[in-house]
Write a new protein. Structure first.
Length: 211
């Protein structure tokens, strides 16, 4: 399975990725964790340009294409080989982040970004994208580190990011599931495990129906 965790910062993505990976490994699965943008050498260079170089201007389409470039490398180098080997992939952000940040919050129609991703990444689409959702003030109390170029756009911006995730989840309910990230990490981990188990069962049923 290919599982993505996404959502506003402060939702506990990193903690939950570790917990989910640990839980799946305990069940005997080989799990590959990765991050978009990042993980590959090219992706990390692109990430620097995207997030840490406020001195370099990027037009909206340039920004989108750079996120796609980092993602294409991640798919080619990490995700596709892992899936082909029957491994489970857990990824920190993926296509939905571009739909939200460069689409809803940017200048490019969100549906076009979603469709472009479907076309470009073919068989390497996430089986499930989980959005860790919580109110922005609560998320802010959980974020300790310095904000990057996109996050430092302000609290009102972060609220619109949250609303954009909610809209996207409503638009593509089969692909995107909301998880309430307000409770403790233990409770959130249980919700995530339940969503992943439900999707795994649905996949088995679909395969049986096809064969
Ligand atoms: P993140 O993975 O959360 O990195 P970190 O936890 O180290 O900050 O996200 C990096 C930033 O990039 C985040 O502000 C969201 C943004 N982003 C986009 O704007 N578009 C995208 O397609 C992706 C994947 C991320």
């Amino acid at each position: 399975m290919f599982i993505v965790l996404d959502g506003i910062d402060g939702g506990g993505k990193s903690t939950q990725i570790e917990r989910l990976a640990g839980r799946l490994r305990d069940r005997g699965e080989t799990v590959v964790c990765c991050a978009d943008p990042g993980t590959t050498a090219a992706g990390l260079q692109i990430r620097q340009l995207l997030l840490n170089r406020a001195d370099i201007a990027l037009a909206p389409l340039t920004e989108l294409m750079l996120f796609f470039a980092a993602r294409a490398q991640l798919v080619a180098e990490v995700i596709a080989p892992a899936l082909a080997a029957g491994q489970t992939v857990v990824c920190d952000r993926f296509l939905l982040s571009s739909v939200v940040y460069q689409g809803h919050l940017g200048q490019i129609p969100p549906a076009q970004i979603w469709e472009l991703g479907q076309r470009l990444f073919g068989d390497c689409q996430p089986d499930l994208t989980l959005v860790l959702d919580l109110p922005v003030p609560l998320a802010a109390t959980r974020t300790q580190r310095a904000l990057d170029r996109i996050e430092s756009r302000g609290a009102a911006y972060l609220e619109s990011v949250r609303q954009a995730y909610l809209s996207a989840a409503a638009a593509w309910p089969d692909a995107i599931r909301l998880v309430d990230a307000s409770p403790s990490a233990d409770v959130v981990a249980e919700q995530i495990a339940a969503e992943v188990a439900a999707r795994a069962t649905a996949r088995v049923t679909e395969r049986r129906a096809c064969s």
